[in-house]
Design a protein around this ligand. Structure first.
Ligand code: HEC
Length: 228
């Protein structure tokens, strides 16, 4: 008889396992989502507002705090966690922490990576161009990145020596016109250009195949020194 009761208890315990698990899972600590966001802004252009946070397992109202301070011109809402405004200063990518706190001191945090790129330069791309990142290399280096990102190499070759398209090495002067749609059979890149792409591509194509061209390592990293 004792044994039967024992097996019965084991049976009940096993059958109710899913309930116990879900009960404990629901009891998890406070959290906010999205847990991470990437934001790329352009100087003097209104930023597309970031997501309003969804707060779970907090008691009472939640207050958001952001660290470190945002680039000039941007503001942060302590009630929704939204970043908005028009950035007026350049910023390379900075990782920000948003911390949510409720009335009972329950807290949770999330990450936001934010950069602000330049909207100036002779390029005529729109400020809403996709995936524009703050420049971290000189014009030639950024031009090389654009050359790869926009697949120029697919038709003109990795060194501009030509392929399906003509040899362009050293002919930077023609870049601005063709990438903006002035070529006969070359596709227009108008809708894909970041603000400085045309200027950077010009600088890069001008040095292609010359002694001034850096030696590239792993896609687009210029070798810091050839002497090692
Ligand atoms: C789909 C193939 C293709 C791609 C991709 C392409 N091009 Fe071209 N490009 C051509 C062809 C074909 C020509 C010659 C006919 C013309 O001008 O349209 C040309 C012409 C040019 C010229 C003028 C050369 C001259 O001697 O007049 C330049 C400069 C140039 N391309 C740069 C670029 C850059 C920079 C990119 C990347 C943003 C790019 N091309 C992407 C096919 C391509």
């Amino acid at each position: 008889m004792k044994q039967t009761i024992f097996y019965f208890r084991v049976f009940i315990a096993v059958m109710t396992l899913p309930w116990w698990c879900s009960a404990y899972a629901e009891d998890g600590g406070p959290s906010i989502s999205p847990s991470s966001q990437s934001v790329i802004g352009t100087v003097n252009a209104a930023l597309k507002s970031t997501a309003i946070y969804t707060a779970r397992n907090f008691s009472g109202s939640v207050t958001y705090v952001m660290n470190p301070a945002l680039p000039l011109g941007l503001s942060f809402s302590s009630t929704t966690g939204v970043i908005s405004g028009t950035p007026t200063a350049l910023s390379s990518t900075v990782s920000y922490t948003v911390t949510a706190t409720d009335s009972k001191k329950g807290t949770a945090s999330a990450k936001i990576n934010l950069s602000v790129g330049s909207g100036s330069g002779s390029g005529s791309g729109s400020s809403s161009a996709p995936n524009c990142m703050a420049a971290t290399l000189d014009a030639v280096g950024e031009g090389r990145r654009a050359y790869l990102r926009l697949n120029c190499y697919g038709c003109h070759g990795m060194t501009g020596a030509g392929g399906m398209g003509p040899k362009i090495a050293g002919e930077g002067g023609d870049v601005s016109e063709v990438v903006n749609g002035g070529g006969d059979s070359m596709p227009s890149f108008k809708n894909y250009l970041c603000p400085n792409d045309a200027a950077n591509l010009t600088a890069y194509v001008n040095v292609q195949g010359t002694a001034a061209e850096p030696v590239w390592l792993d896609w687009w990293n210029a070798l810091p020194s050839l002497k090692w």
